[in-house]
Ligand binder design. Structure first.
Ligand SMILES: [Zn+2]
Length: 438
């Protein structure tokens, strides 16, 4: 900024400081902020005003403090940050049933890096490697790491003429080692070790260019997760890898590992143990992670919801058909099927579970042909009552993929079994709980 450009700001400051600083000193201060501290003019003015005991409400600008990334502690309700984009991506998410576009990534200055999310992206197209003023941000702590949020009060503006060297080591330090079973939506930069269970590739068109995306399942001893790789890392089924700088995206609450631009893949000499059985989780834990693949829960059936019993499915898309109408294919000749939509409570919370025909028959002893005959005689309503009477308050063990929506988590059950409870043991457990409570 040359002197002509600086003059109006200089005059504005002089007026606001009401002679508490002489002109040379003021110019020296301005130069120090702009050239040594590399902050923008608005931040320089605020800094000088604060230094000389004037609140910057002397200006029409807000009194937002400017902080370096390393100085953020994750509790700032309102802060300005000048930083370079290290990584940026646009995401489509669903909030309360509405589709919404957000921008998130990693930003950094010469002191460190942090993840950020712009919740109301405006006209500014953020580019990797460019420096921006992030105004009126609020920070939160997650897993002891600072997350920067730019909400509807916030603003992102290009910062012209400011350059940073973002320390590389900090960028990789910012990656948190996590176990696959602990991964949840909203995690920033993570590193995992796991075994590639499957690899497939497909062509997509991104910004007019044809690209190949690799995807599959990666697992460790705590769980498994779907991954997508945006480069050919030459991944092979069966090999154990460590992968740094991944991002987590979620689809219907199921977290997915995104191996993007900045990811570093290394082959491991020792194979990673993969969980043998299913990963048993409490509903409370599921609520925390949002969802996942091949999760097992054990609990008591406390309710059966509408849509249970005899149903018809669309022959083209397998959706359940209401009054002969598929929401996608219109009037269709539905194929008969049977299912239960259960609510299962494990003491830590409740989860919805959709049980297919085979497992419904096995859990209740009501076969579909029995149900169909019964329905022909007594009407379909009797089927739900029949199923309900046989499953309500029974303890079950269910395994399947768990997704989340506004109504909470629900499982598409892949396998189900009734758990024989030892009545004696349960009674003793209850007794000891009662005794403990007295
Ligand atoms: Zn259909």
């Amino acid at each position: 900024m040359n002197n002509t450009e600086l003059t109006p700001h200089f005059e504005e400051l002089k007026k606001a400081l009401e002679g508490s600083i002489d002109d040379d000193e003021l110019m020296a201060e301005l130069n120090k902020y702009l050239n040594d501290y590399h902050v923008d003019i608005a931040a320089a003015k605020r800094g000088i005003l604060r230094k000389y005991g004037k609140s910057d409400s002397s200006f029409a600008t807000s009194s937002t403090p400017v902080k370096k990334v390393a100085d953020l502690n994750g509790t700032e309700p309102n802060v300005d940050i000048v930083a370079k984009i290290v990584y940026v991506e646009t995401k489509n998410i669903t909030v309360k049933g509405l589709n919404k576009t957000i921008v998130s990534g990693i930003l950094g200055d010469d002191t460190g890096t942090a993840s950020f999310t712009v919740w109301e992206p405006g006209a500014v197209q953020m580019e990797k490697g460019s420096v921006y003023n992030f105004r009126n941000c609020y920070c939160k702590l997650w897993n002891e790491r600072v997350q920067i949020n730019i909400g509807n009060r916030g603003k992102v503006e290009p910062a012209v003429g400011i350059e940073f060297e973002v320390p590389n080591s900090t960028a990789s330090l910012a990656s948190t080692d996590v176990k696959i079973g602990d991964i949840r939506e909203g995690m920033g930069n993570v590193s995992v070790e796991g075994r590639i269970m499957s690899v497939e590739s497909r062509k997509i068109v991104s910004r007019g260019e044809e690209k190949i995306v690799y995807s599959g399942i990666i697992a460790d001893e705590t769980g498994k997760i779907q991954y997508s790789a945006w480069h050919d890392f030459d991944l092979k089924a069966g090999e154990s890898i460590s992968v740094k700088n991944c991002y987590i995206r979620a689809w219907k609450g199921i977290p997915q590992l995104n191996i993007g631009d900045r990811a570093v893949v290394d082959r491991l000499g020792t194979p990673i143990e993969v969980e043998a059985g299913d990963s048993l989780k409490t509903v409370c834990e599921i609520n925390r992670i949002g969802g996942g693949l091949d999760i097992t829960v054990e609990g008591v059936v406390v309710d059966m919801k509408n849509g249970s019993g005899l149903i018809k499915r669309c022959p083209q898309c397998n959706r359940s058909v209401m009054n002969g109408m598929c929401t996608a294919h219109g009037s269709v000749d539905g194929i008969p099927d049977m299912r239960m939509k259960l609510v299962v409570d494990d003491g830590t919370g409740a989860i919805g579970a959709i049980v297919n025909r085979v497992d419904t028959e096995r859990l209740t002893g009501v076969t579909m042909s029995m149900a169909t005959q019964l329905a022909n005689i007594q009407g379909e309503g009797v089927i739900v009552r029949e199923l309900m009477g046989r499953i309500l308050l029974k303890k079950v063990r269910l395994t399947g993929n768990v997704m989340s929506d506004d109504y909470g988590p629900s499982m598409i059950v892949r396998s189900a079994e009734a758990v024989e409870t030892d009545i004696q043991e349960e009674a003793e457990k209850l007794l000891s709980e009662v005794e403990a409570a007295i």
